[in-house]
Design a protein. Structure first.
Lengths: 912, 454
């Protein structure tokens, strides 16, 4: 703590901060550009100038850049000083010299930091009368639009892209007043976090291209606090809606999870919500092949009738649906008839992971906390592909060594360039064991490219090297042993070692190996962490419901033990071989599907009930961290499309249950179903607390989903009805579908639909909601953690597989997760499809040579279940004997399967 | 005078120079050829290396340097000894680098070139001594790319010194290892700023670095790094040979600073070129040595030490050319090579030309410099064409004020602001003549400026 004086008044601040951080934390409106809470200070823009005085006798003072001066005890500064104010206004004037002033047609307008700062400094008249410098723009791919003329040369983009996210294909070119930020030549930005440029850039150079097509100002968007559904990390998002479509996804600050950044799948993968072909009304697919759309009552009646006639109804849940929906399905069909909808091999992994979260002796860190670990071992995950935002945190953990070294030499952590200079390529140790190259290899100490079983063996060997009581690996070769010992020593030497593993390779052996390492570290008294990656947004939560896997459900149907099935938000074809799915569905007399996508299952259902996506519904998800988080409905779909009959899965299922019992459909609310779910599952008891209930009020008000400047409300439905209806009511949440309600920042609240504070329209407004810049939300970070370790450390597991050997003429399949194209829903969004790389089979150089195949040749891969032809990608990092297949392509290909490869006969085309 | 035979001229013949009086140029030949290793050694060169390495402790060397108070000849005037003393070294510190700043791109400055082309071994000797004092593991000479003759001379000298054991392992049996490499720049003025220089040396963009930390704490590749100007380093051997007192005595009563200075004159004088004179020599004496103004011109103003220093008037001619004396006028000594402005030269055009250089050479890192200087240039051009508007001069003053020390990220913009502010101060009427008369000037100037012009 330090005491500083600002304009004559004393304040307590964190002496480790710089003056800018201190002032912003104190709530002063001090303008800035190049500083960013996650990127630190570089002193380039000169916008944050304040007057600093040596002591009480110094009346002259000198201008300093607040971001470059430590908030040392006894500092005296003035923000209001005339010279400082004038200088800050001049800086804006210079920045505006070349700026096109095209706010009316600029997509940053209305959430633009440059606008905010310009207004804040009072620069309102242009004195520059000469010609402006102009630039040419580049095509940067499907996600990001580029308008370089708006650039104010703050260098934030390259600092985020290169220094923070590890990207290489964005740079600063040129000098003087002609600096260009772009790629060395036009092309798709390669980094998986490129979307953050739209928020990092303080002006409209990098904007969201997916939003551009149907653009709406921030103040005209309706927002809700939501949670990304595109992987298991659980990043918080603010989706913005207008006219019944999601127009863009913004980062929603969460002090322990995503903080300032999202991955591109999460930000740009929302397009499935807006698809034209989405089911919007119940559909009855009769024998006659003709599809009939129904109203709700009719649909419920037909559904209830069909279920009533059935001998036994199976319910198939989904790891991409909320806990509430899954639980309501379970209520409908009964525990004995409920399946999680997760394939067995995955569910086994999930169960093992859940146990390890409890009994491996090490807690699961939050993403923020990941960044304070100082040695990391990743077993069997390519984090950038499987849990991207976590991968970004791991990168920061590894780079944090630089800050430690700098601190030891008196260089504060915020002095970004100085920290990088001093520490050069110093890194905290990171070891990555994975079959092929991963997105973190560039900062890794060692990359071990191994087959899944060998990764597990390495892990077990590491555990044994840490604690001899952990089972030893038989027949381990000397070099693996040495590697394991080196990793063990490194983890033991660390203050906070972290083990990361997960289900990507669907290997329980790998998971248990990571568990053994965690136990060994805990046994040796290390304050480490264990992070286990799950696949989907609610994999962790649905596993906690504790039910049987999908295979069981299909088998019950196939063997006639049940004759009806209700499938919740789950395209079964993505999980198990189509034949098996089809056999089961054909055997059922009644198939009811709830989904928000027109999947192949939907098409063949008897009754389809249009479920809400995250945008139209609310519910609770549990992230990989074991954090239960609520997502809230962004908009009411009927308001703009009155014909729509979309409801949350849980609402449909509640209603169906009532209809089945010939009762009137009750008015259920989110709070009630959440409470039910918590009551039914002791492990989920905490979820009620995950966020405030519907009766929360701030200053006696509900919370507004729409900014107070929301315009056009009275006109936007005029083409449907000249009289404006009452805005939809929301019994489920504390939010209103209107601008009426509380939207301020000064009363702490946990769930913030959109960040706005007077004078702060850009994402920088989040600084007004946190206890300190980059800290925690003043109202508390959302969610509750459900999976804390117990006191008892479980026994070591001894399931060490034999080493991998490649059979002659035989390969082992490894399915490789993909950020773009590897996930069910986001793959239905056009920009993600455009960004997904062409699918290829990965084969080692040696194996390609053996097959006499070259890059691009079509290869046929055959397993006992399927046959597929794909072009070859020679992967110099893949061990021989493995064949890598991109995820999301063919459910019948499973990691560990045996496969046979051959060159496709002349003329055999690759599939579309 | 063909382009490749052009030499910066030293106007003191060999017979006029003595080692004790001309420690920098005594070594030079009258024919202007490079002094090779044999000649240098024959003149007792490298004797100081033999004398010091292994016989004096590095901290003793630094004490001598501090006492001599060689003020940085790159223009900053910071004591080399103090800088070396502040450079981190010792048991728990990695060995760092010694960098010679030979980027000499200051307008009107050509002194380092003389030493680089003709006495490269003197520089190497100074660097070896500096490396020893600072426990540096390696030395770099960052040379202005256009100095091809100097590059050849240095390359040759490094080879010779290496072959003779003055560079490499265990120099002169002292146990001290040190080697030097030449790095030729790609032609940016900002690469002369020591931290931008280091970035450029590392292969990064030539943006300056934030200070603190100073290079002595965390410089090239994060290691403690000393950056000194060529002339500064060339003073070191003599200081260590004859002692601090001798060095201090060289300037006699003329100045509080010690030693000699390689002074020079450019502009419309009879004889332009270089003189090694005691520091504190007056500009008037320099002008005399230069034979006065040529073509019947009289002196209107002069720059004391390069384009980034403030203009002075004829009335300042009898001030001692040293850091403190010139500093008191509001200008700076800079490199100490004076530029003469004749009475028929337009101050507006001259300043516009200078500012155009500074605008172009801005690294583009910080706002006042990057976006303020081009604006300055455009205003000056408007004045030059008689298209100025009322308020333009005040705006120029405001811009110059906002580019002052502390307001920009490095000293480039304050340097650029100096000639502008002083020219307006002393020759305001010339600027006022550029303001268009009311009635005819209400049009935005056509014939827009291209980016390359600004
Ligand atoms: C824009 C700019 C250009 C500079 N150019 C040079 C240069 O060409 N040569 C030089 O020695 N110093 C130059 N300097 C000064 C250096 O930053 C540094 O102070 C000097 O090299 C230190 O050496 P010294 O203490 O021996 O003078 C420049 C400074 C600035 C701000
Ligand atoms: S593109 Fe944006 S982030 Fe990058 S330098 Fe320009 S204004 Fe800053
Ligand atoms: S990391 Fe996962 S949760 Fe976070 S934005 Fe990306 S897809 Fe969404
Ligand atoms: S003053 Fe700023 S823009 Fe100019 S050269 Fe220095 S750092 Fe670069
Ligand atoms: S924010 Fe301080 S200089 Fe840019």
């Amino acid at each position: 703590m330090a005491t500083i004086q600002v304009d004559g008044r004393s304040y307590e601040v964190d002496g480790k901060d710089n003056l800018l951080q201190a002032c912003l934390t104190l709530g002063f409106d001090l303008p800035y550009f190049c500083w960013h809470p996650a990127l630190g200070s570089v002193g380039a823009c000169r916008q944050c100038a304040v007057k600093q005085y040596r002591d009480a006798d110094d009346t002259q003072g000198a201008l300093v850049m607040a971001c470059m001066v430590p908030a040392a005890d006894g500092s005296r500064i003035s923000i209001e000083d005339e010279q400082a104010r004038e200088f800050r206004a001049s800086v804006i004037e210079w920045l505006m010299v070349h700026h096109p002033h095209d706010c009316p047609v600029c997509e940053e307008g209305g959430h633009c930091h440059l606008q905010d700062m310009t207004v804040m400094t009072g620069h309102s008249r242009r004195r520059y009368r000469f010609r402006k410098r102009t630039h040419r723009n580049q095509y940067l791919g499907p996600f990001i639009a580029h308008e370089m003329n708006r650039c104010i040369t703050c260098y934030r983009c390259v600092r985020f892209y290169r220094d923070y996210a590890g990207g290489e294909d964005l740079g600063a070119f040129g000098a003087n007043d002609n600096v260009y930020f772009g790629r060395h030549r036009e092309g798709v930005l390669e980094n998986e976090f490129s979307g953050n440029l739209t928020e990092v850039c303080p002006t409209g150079v990098f904007t969201d291209r997916t939003h551009s097509e149907r653009y709406t100002r921030k103040w005209d968007l309706q927002f809700a606090p939501s949670v990304c559904h595109q992987c298991s990390v659980g990043c918080n998002i603010s989706p913005g809606e207008r006219y019944g479509d999601i127009r863009r996804i913004e980062n929603r600050y969460h002090g322990e999870v995503n903080r300032f950044f999202l991955c591109d799948r999460g930000r740009f993968g929302y397009g499935y919500v807006n698809r034209d072909d989405r089911p919007r009304r119940p559909e009855w697919h009769g024998e006659t092949e003709e599809t009939v759309t129904l109203d709700v009552d009719e649909a419920l009646d037909r559904g209830a009738d069909a279920l009533r006639e059935a001998r036994r109804v199976i319910g198939i849940g989904s790891p991409r649906a909320s806990l509430e929906s899954n639980d309501q399905l379970r209520e409908l069909v009964g525990q004995a008839n409920f399946s999680t909808g997760i394939a067995e091999r995955e569910q086994v992994c999930l169960t093992r992971m859940r146990r390890l979260n409890r009994d491996a002796g090490l807690p699961t860190p939050t993403l923020r906390d990941v960044e304070s670990h100082d040695a990391i071992l990743v077993l069997g995950e390519d984090l950038i592909q499987s849990a991207a935002r976590l991968g970004l945190s791991v990168r920061q953990a590894v780079l944090a060594r630089r800050e430690r070294l700098a601190e030891a030499r008196g260089i504060p952590a915020w002095n970004a360039e100085a920290v990088m200079t001093l520490a050069q390529d110093a890194r905290h140790p990171l070891f990555v064991a994975y079959p092929t190259a991963t997105g973190l290899d560039d900062v890794a100490d060692r990359c071990l490219r191994q087959a899944p079983d060998d990764i597990a063996r390495l892990g077990f060997a590491v555990a044994h090297a840490i604690d001899v009581k952990a089972p030893a690996v038989e027949g381990i070769d000397e070099s693996t042993k040495a590697t394991a010992e080196h990793i063990a020593e490194t983890l033991l030497a660390a203050k906070r070692p972290l083990v990361i593993s997960g289900g990507s390779l669907e290997s329980t052996a790998i998971i248990e190996a990571s568990g053994n390492i965690a136990r060994a570290l805990a046994t040796r008294g290390r304050r480490g962490g264990l992070m286990l990656v799950r696949r989907e947004a609610n994999s962790t939560g649905v596993e906690l419901l504790g039910s049987r896997p999908l295979e069981w459900a299909l088998d019950e149907l196939t063997r006639g033990a049940a004759d009806a099935v209700v499938v919740l938000e789950n395209d079964l074809h993505q999980r198990l071989p189509s034949g098996r799915v089809e056999r089961a569905l054909s055997a059922a007399r009644t198939v009811i599907v709830l989904d928000h996508q027109r999947t192949s299952i939907w098409e063949r259902a008897d009754l389809g009930l249009p479920a809400a996506s995250f945008a139209e519904g609310d519910g609770t998800l549990v992230s990989l961290e074991g954090r239960a988080q609520r997502f809230f409905q962004v908009f009411e779909p009927r308001y703009h499309r009155p014909e729509t009959r979309i409801h949350q899965g849980w609402r449909w299922l509640q209603a169906l249950r009532a209809s089945l019992k010939r009762r009137a459909v009750p008015d259920v609310t989110l709070d009630a179903v959440t409470r039910d779910c918590a009551r039914h599952h002791p492990a989920l008891a905490g979820i009620v607390e995950a966020s405030p209930s519907a009766d929360q009020r701030v200053s006696g008000l509900k919370l507004a989903r729409q900014p107070h400047r929301y315009s056009g409300r009275t006109a936007m439905r005029a083409h449907l009805d000249v009289s404006e209806p009452r805005p939809p009511q929301d019994p489920d949440t504390p939010f209103t579908f209107s601008m009426e309600g509380y939207y301020g920042f000064d009363r702490p609240r946990r769930e913030v639909p959109f960040a706005w504070a007077p004078g702060w329209n850009s994402p920088q407004a989040w600084n007004k909601f946190t206890d300190e810049v980059g800290g925690h939300l003043r109202g508390g970070d959302p969610g509750v953690r459900l999976l804390e370790p117990t006191e008892d450390i479980g026994d070591y597991v001894n399931e060490i597989p034999p080493p991998f050997t490649s059979g002659v003429g035989e390969w082992q399949v490894v399915v490789l997760p993909r950020l773009f194209g590897g996930e069910e829903t986001s793959s239905r969004a056009t920009p993600i499809m455009a960004r997904a790389a062409a699918v290829r089979l990965h084969l080692s150089e040696e194996d390609a040579r053996r097959l006499e195949a070259e890059e691009g040749d079509t290869l046929v891969v055959e397993t006992s279940l399927t046959r597929l032809s794909l072009p070859l990608r020679v992967d110099t990092t893949l061990p021989s004997g493995l064949v890598g297949v991109p995820a999301g392509l063919e459910a019948a290909l499973v990691t560990g399967d045996r496969a046979w490869l051959s060159l496709a006969p002349e003329g055999e085309e690759e599939p579309p | 005078m063909t382009a490749n035979r052009y030499r910066c001229r030293l106007h003191q013949a060999a017979h006029e120079r003595r080692l004790e009086m001309h420690p920098l140029t005594w070594w030079l030949r009258d024919d202007g050829e490079r002094v090779g290793l044999d000649e240098y050694v024959a003149k007792d060169g490298y004797a100081v290396v033999r004398q010091v390495l292994g016989y004096q402790r590095p901290d003793e060397v630094i004490e001598t340097l501090k006492a001599a108070n060689i003020r940085g000849r790159g223009g900053g005037g910071f004591s080399a000894g103090v800088k070396w003393g502040l450079t981190l070294k010792g048991e728990d510190m990695p060995r760092g680098y010694l960098v010679c700043n030979a980027d000499e791109m200051e307008p009107g400055t050509f002194k380092d070139r003389l030493l680089l082309e003709q006495a490269p071994h003197l520089l190497l000797e100074g660097m070896i001594l500096g490396g020893y004092a600072n426990d540096s593991c390696f030395g770099y000479i960052f040379l202005r790319g256009e100095y091809v003759t100097a590059a050849r001379a240095i390359t040759r000298a490094i080879e010779e010194a290496r072959a003779a054991g003055w560079l490499g392992r265990d120099i002169a049996g002292s146990g001290f290892d040190f080697d030097i490499a030449l790095h030729t720049g790609a032609g940016r003025y900002i690469c002369g700023e020591e931290t931008a220089l280091i970035n450029s040396l590392e292969g990064q963009r030539a943006n300056p670095r934030a200070k603190p930390p100073f290079p002595g704490q965390s410089g090239a590749w994060g290691k403690p790094t000393v950056v000194n100007n060529v002339e500064t380093l060339c003073n070191v051997p003599a200081v260590l040979r004859f002692g601090a007192e001798w060095y201090q005595g060289l300037s006699g009563e003329r100045s509080g600073d010690g030693g000699t200075k390689l002074y020079g004159v450019s502009g419309k004088a009879h004889r332009t070129g270089l003189w090694e004179l005691p520091i504190g020599t007056t500009a008037g004496e320099l002008l005399d040595r230069a034979g006065g103004m040529r073509d019947g011109r009289s002196l209107k103003a002069w720059l004391p030490g390069g384009g980034s220093t403030g203009f002075l008037l004829p009335e300042h001619l009898d001030l001692a050319l040293d850091f403190d004396t010139i500093g008191k006028t509001g200008s700076r000594l800079g490199t100490g090579l004076i530029t003469l402005v004749a009475d028929d030269q337009s101050m507006v055009a001259l300043v516009r030309n200078l500012e155009k250089f500074f605008a172009r050479e801005s690294c583009g890192w910080c706002t006042p410099c990057r976006d303020g200087l081009p604006w300055t240039v455009k205003l000056l051009r408007a004045l030059e064409r008689g298209e100025g508007r009322p308020g333009d001069i005040e705006l120029l003053e405001e811009l110059a004020e906002d580019q002052g020390p502390g307001k920009t990220f490095c000293a480039h913009a304050p340097g650029a602001a100096m000639p502008l502010a002083s020219a307006i101060e002393y020759f305001r009427d010339e600027f006022e003549r550029g303001i268009a008369r009311p009635g005819k000037d209400d049009v935005v100037p056509d014939g827009p400026l291209s980016t390359s012009e600004a």
